[in-house]
Design a protein around this ligand. Structure first.
Ligand code: SF4
Ligand code: FES
Length: 237
């Protein structure tokens, strides 16, 4: 079958305005949209810029907006589209070129929540072990591949006045440590998250959960963080 891809093109270095360019590719219904993008770059237009690496939904590098919804082209099949697909860069972030966006801000916010185990007790001789039951409390959040689809789809991150909001991807990682019994930094984490630009910035709009390619219950996890903050502040009975 033939598929048309209408793709956002922009090269800020050239001083030209953004525009859309349409390419036609021959594809099998079971090809992925990423295969079509690769074919365009290899066979028609080597100047088309986009990120990709694993091609199997593991690295999280190919986040983009496909027919208005953020997702991974390596997880989209050609047969699920009609004749034409609109392909654009993820919103919120500055475009470096075509479909490639600058994720510095995304990773700054991610790093701000201390995305690593905080410990106070001396390190054991071997690793700090987790039980299978303990693991179930946070294992969904471990699936996050930092594709940024959630953060770029979040209406709060999209507004200028709330752009400092840490965003759903960072909160998923905060959840991962807050609910891991090996982490000993709950107090420090809660202080970081109990902020209007932290977990309290979430207005439960569900966009993050809708787009997450790893099916992480993002909004529910943010709600659990808010509950944990509330419980930490509640006076003892
Ligand atoms: Fe991507 Fe889902 Fe992780 Fe957000 S929570 S960065 S959408 S994998
Ligand atoms: Fe790695 Fe799509 S290319 S997740």
């Amino acid at each position: 079958m033939e598929l048309k891809l209408k793709i956002f093109r922009f090269d800020p270095g050239k001083g030209e305005k953004p525009y859309y360019q349409t390419y036609t590719v021959e594809a099998q219904p079971t090809d992925r949209l990423l295969d079509c993008l690769n074919r365009i770059r290899w066979e028609q237009d080597p100047t088309l810029a986009f990120r990709m690496s694993c091609a199997h939904g593991v690295c999280g590098s190919d986040g983009m907006r496909i027919n208005g919804i953020c997702g991974l082209p390596c997880q989209k099949l050609v047969k699920d589209f009609k004749d034409e697909v609109l392909v654009e860069p993820m919103p919120v972030f500055k475009v470096i070129k075509d479909l490639v966006v600058n994720l510095d801000l995304f990773f700054e916010k991610y790093n701000s929540i201390k995305p690593y185990l905080l410990t106070k007790t001396p390190a054991p001789e071997q690793e700090r072990r987790q039980s299978p039951e303990g693991q179930t409390k946070f294992e969904e959040s471990v699936r996050c591949i930092l594709c940024a689809c959630c953060t770029s789809s979040c209406p709060i991150n999209q507004k200028k006045e709330t752009e400092k909001y840490v965003g759903p991807a960072a909160l998923v990682r905060a959840f991962r440590y807050l609910f891991d019994s090996r982490d000993e930094g709950a107090e420090e984490r809660i202080a970081l998250l109990d902020q209007k630009d932290g977990a309290l910035g979430c207005q439960t709009l569900w966009k993050c959960t809708e787009v997450c390619p790893k099916k992480i219950p993002v909004t529910r996890q943010i709600a659990q963080i808010k509950r944990r903050i509330y419980e930490a502040k509640r006076p003892p009975r």
